[in-house]
Design a protein around this ligand. Sequence first.
Ligand code: UDP
Length: 620
Amino acid sequence: MTWSNSGPTPAGSNGPRSLSSLMPYLYLIPFAASFVACYLVGGALARLRREAGEEIAAVAGGLALAFGAVLAMGLCVPLEGLVAKEARAVLLGASLVFLACLSEDVGQPRWWLRLGALLLASAGVCLSGVRFEVVKKPLLPHQFAHLGPWAYPITVLWLLGVSYVVASTDYMPGLTAGIGTLTALTFFIVTLWKGEGGTLGACLAAVTCGSSAAFLRYGLASRPLALGRSGGAFLGFLLAVITVVGTLKKTAFLVLILPLLALGVPLVNVTYAHRHRRPTPAGKGPRPGAPSAPGLYLYDMLLQRGFTPQRTVLLLLALHAYFCLVALALVGIVTVHFAVKLLLLLFLLPAGGLAFFLISRIAARVAEELEASRTIELLGVKVNAVTMDTTVAQVEEFIAAGTPHHLVTADVSTLMKARQDAELRDIINRADLVTPDGAGVLWTAKVFDWPLKERVPGVDLVDRLCALAAARGYRVYLLGAAPGVAEKAAAILQTRHPGLVIAGTRDGYFRPGEEEGVVAAVRAARPDLLFVALGVPKQEKWIRRHLRELGVPVCIGVGGSFDVISGRLSRAPQWMQTYGLEWLWRVLLEPRRLPRLWALPRFVLAVVGYCLRQWWTQRR
Ligand code: UDP
C-alpha cells in the first residue's frame, strides 16, 4: 500500500484505501489516546517543574506532546494499514527530529544538528513512499504530470519548509499548539470528507490534533510549559507529513493552496520576520517566552500594540481558524471551475487580512485609551493608577509575556528626585509600571481628584509577589542591601511562603568593575522576578542600564525593603502605616535620613505651584 500522490485511484484498484470502508469513529481512539497521554504527562511535568527547575520546564511541553503522539500512533498499529513502512518511517523520522532537537534544548543550540535530523527524517519518509509523485495539470481535466526523480527533492524541500514554518512559532507554545490543533483538524476533515490520505493520513491528523489540543491547557496557561525546539520541530514535522499525505491531488489548485491556507498564521509570521530581516527570537534560549526583539513577529507586533499575551494568541488563532475555514470552503467547491475558486480566494484572503488588521488596530486604540485613563502625571512624572491586586495581575502578565519589564515604586522622595534628575525622570516615564508608594502621592491624587485608589509600597509588593511566586513556581532573585541582609530576607520569605524558589541573592555593595559579573550571575540564575534594593535613583538606573541584558521578565527597585523584611529595621506600627507616617518612623530609626524630610515641604510647594500654574493657564 502506498500513500504517495500517484494520481487519482480508480475504484477497486490497489491504490490508497478508501475511508468510506472504515468506520470514521475508529479515529476517536488515536485522538483520545494522544489527548489523554499528552494531558497526563503535561500535568505531571507541570507539577514537577517546581522541584526540577527550569531545565525540565524548558522541554516539558515537547516531551508531553511527543509522548502523546508516539504512544497513540503505536496504538494505531492494529488498525489496518498502519503496519505499513510509511507509518514506521513517519514515527521514526518524527522521533529522530525530536531527539536531535531535545539535545539542543538542553545543551548548546546547533542549527546543523536540527537541519541534519530534519533532512534525514524527510528523506526516510520520502523513500518509504510518502511523496508528491504527480501534479495535476491546471485547467486540463484528468491530465497529470509525473514528477519522476524530481519527486524526491521536491518532497524533502516541502517537508523541511513546512517543519521550519511551524517551528517558527515555538516561542509561544499556546499559539503553536492551537495552530497544530486547527491544521490537523482541517486535514482530518478533508481526509474523511474526500477519502484522500487513507488510514495513515487520518490517523496522523487525529493523533496530532489530539496531542496539540491537550497541550493547549499548558500552552495557554499564565505560565506556559515551553515546547522548546524539540516540541516545535516535532509538531512541525508531523504537520508537514500530513500536508503531503492529506492534500487533495485531484485538483491542481488545491495541491498548494490547501496546505498554504491551513498553515496561514505561521506562514504570515515567517514572511513578516523575513521582511524585517532580523534574528529570530526563538532559539536564543529555551525558556518559554525568552526575551525577544520587539516588533519582529506577529506576536511581538500585537504585544507592542498593547495586547495581553492571552488576547494576542486568541486573535492569532482566530485568524488561523479563518484561514482553515477558507481552505475547507475551497475543498467543498472542488469541482467548481478553477477561475471561480481563484476569484473566491482573491476575495476571502484580503477580507480576512483586512478584518485582522482592523481588529488589531481598534483593539490597540482601546488598550491605549484604557492605559491613558489608568495613568496620571504627577509633577511631570508618570504614575499608574493601580492597586496591589492589579499590580500583581499585571506582573503575572509580564512574566507570561517573558520579555523584560521594569517596575518602579514611586514615593514623594522619588518624585522629587525625578524632578531634578532628568535621567531618572525619563527612566520612570519609560517604565512599564509605576506604582504609587507613599501617603504623599495618594494625598496629592486626592487633592486633584485623580484616580489613585491605594498605596502599593515596595515592601508589601515584595511580600505579595513572593506569595504569587510560591503559588506559581516563579523564581525570585534578591539583589541589594548590606552583605547577609538579602540572604536573611530570602530565608524569612521562604518561611512565610513555603515552596518559594529563590534563584539567588547578592549584596548591593559591589564595585563598578564587578557589575558585569553581577549581571551575568543574575542572568545565569534565570529568575522570573528580580528585586533590586540599591536605593533611589541607583536601583532605577542600574535596572534600566541592564534590563535587556538581564533578560528577567520583571525587575523592580524596592529600596530598603530587604532591611525591613530581614528584621534589620523594624516596620512602622500599624497606626503609623494607616495614617501615612511610615516616613517619620524611618527617620526615627535612621536619623541620617533627616535631610530627606526636606523633600516633603518642597513637594507641597511644587504641588501648590502646579495648581497655581493650572489655574493661571485656565484663566487666560
Ligand atoms: N544599598 C546598596 N548598595 C548601595 C547603596 C545602598 O545595597 O550602593 C542598599 C542599602 O543597604 C539599603 C537600600 O539600598 O538596603 C537603600 O534603602 P533606602 O531605604 O535608602 O532606599 P530609598 O529610600 O532610597 O528607596
